[in-house]
Write a protein that binds this ligand. Structure first.
Ligand SMILES: Cc1ncc(COP(=O)(O)O)c(C=O)c1O
Length: 389
């Protein structure tokens, strides 16, 4: 654990600027990036070894099945152990990544013009998936409460009409960091049942939940809800291996799976042997690394909360229950222009623009705090200078 922490501490901006990651290459060397949801920490030793072993054996040819039976079984046991969610191995479907699953689910389970519900502000590919498929965006904005964002159940119920077909849930939620409680999900479930909706639940942040909160898979709530749910998840977010993409769809019923089965097998594609091996290593031998990352992230989260509440109380930030993302609201400050431009120009810090997450994000920006303590301090100091300028 201490070795891992030292390795996280040792990460430097100079070294990261040399990498090929988009987070560090999109902007020049004078910018500190805190935008795309990638972490700056070295990968888990078990993953490095698994990938190296394949490369050293020249074992990079075609492999027999899109998802190794071992990985399928490991996924199923992991869901049971960590989240008390019993998954039928036959219901697991390999995908390249989670966003592919969002797009495919909309295309295969709704028709143009039909309503798709999303809880804004939201991870931008949710909005893009609705727009590109020419479905109708039905927004259920999350409401800023005293200590957390809340679901507006009345607004949700009122916004559903006969042609609203699908609810795209993001749990834990990006960018607000909410890990919805069982009671909230059950209330959502009642609405889903009442209006006969399909749920597509993106649970990619499910492993990144802080003490005092838990990840509850939507499909684990009840057999009735499981039956109408497509769950999408992957190890790539928590283990920081988005460059080795493989993701999982879990279909709660044959009806939900059928349209995917009918597609020509190569239309969607799937991960390759390195991706399979990396995720298998993450889930079988990566827990110590993940625990170390979570405790490091918990400290960074506290630091970010303390920084804004002590020095810039006008910046509104509700502590995330999960994720390494802080949704910063600058509404009360009279910043010239949008916050992302402001911090990029005056602080040389690259945040994710809030407007990408929906119209109510105009005065917001998302900060990624999954980096070394030194880099995080440098980011916060640059933001402070910008705000004080
Ligand atoms: C909620 C959410 N879903 C999906 C993704 C991307 O997943 P993938 O790379 O598997 O498409 C992200 C990445 O940040 C995310 O935050």
């Amino acid at each position: 654990m201490n070795d891992l922490r030292s390795a996280f501490d040792a990460v430097t901006a100079a070294e990261l600027h040399q990498s090929s990651r988009i987070k560090w290459t999109l902007y020049g060397p004078d910018v500190l990036p805190a935008w795309v949801a990638d972490m700056d920490f070295p990968v888990a030793p078990a993953i490095r070894q698994a990938v190296q072993a394949l490369v050293e054996r020249n074992d990079l040819g075609y492999h027999a099945v899109p998802l190794s039976p071992e990985l399928r079984e490991t996924f199923v046991s992991r869901m049971a152990e960590r989240f008390s969610w019993q998954v039928d191995p036959r219901s697991v479907w390999p995908l390249v990544n989670v966003v592919q699953g969002l797009d495919a689910s909309i295309l295969l389970h709704t028709k143009p013009g039909q309503g798709v519900i999303v809880q804004t502000p939201i991870y931008p590919p949710f909005l893009a998936a609705v727009e590109h498929s020419e479905r109708r965006l039905v927004e259920n904005p999350l409401v800023r409460g005293a200590s957390r964002f809340e679901i507006d159940f009345d607004q949700l119920e009122a916004s559903i009409d006969d042609d609203t077909r699908l609810f795209m849930l993001c749990n834990p939620h990006n960018p607000t960091g909410r890990a919805f409680e069982r009671s909230e999900l059950l209330q959502l479930g009642e609405i889903v049942l009442r209006h006969d909706l399909i749920v597509v639940s993106d649970e990619i942040h499910g492993d990144l939940v802080y003490a005092g909160h838990e990840h509850v898979p939507f499909a684990s709530l009840s057999p009735e809800l499981a039956e109408r749910t497509i769950t999408l998840t992957a190890a790539t977010k928590a283990f920081n291996i988005a460059g080795l993409p493989i993701a999982f769809a879990v279909f709660g019923s044959q009806e939900l799976k059928q349209p995917f089965r009918k597609l020509p097998p190569h239309v969607l594609g799937h991960g390759g042997i390195l991706d399979d091996a990396a995720t298998l290593a993450a889930w079988t031998d990566g827990q110590a690394w993940l625990d170390a990352v979570l405790s490091y992230l918990a400290e960074n989260r506290q630091r970010v909360i303390a920084f804004f509440s002590e020095r810039f109380p006008g910046v509104r930030l509700l502590p995330p229950d999960a994720t390494y993302l802080a949704w910063l609201d600058f509404q009360e400050l009279d910043l010239p222009g949008n916050p992302r431009e402001f911090f990029l120009e005056r602080g040389r810090v690259a945040l994710s623009p809030g407007s990408d997450f929906g119209s109510q994000g105009e005065r917001c920006a998302r900060l990624n705090f999954a980096t070394s303590k030194n880099i995080l301090e440098a980011i916060l100091e640059r933001m402070a200078k910008a705000l004080e300028s």
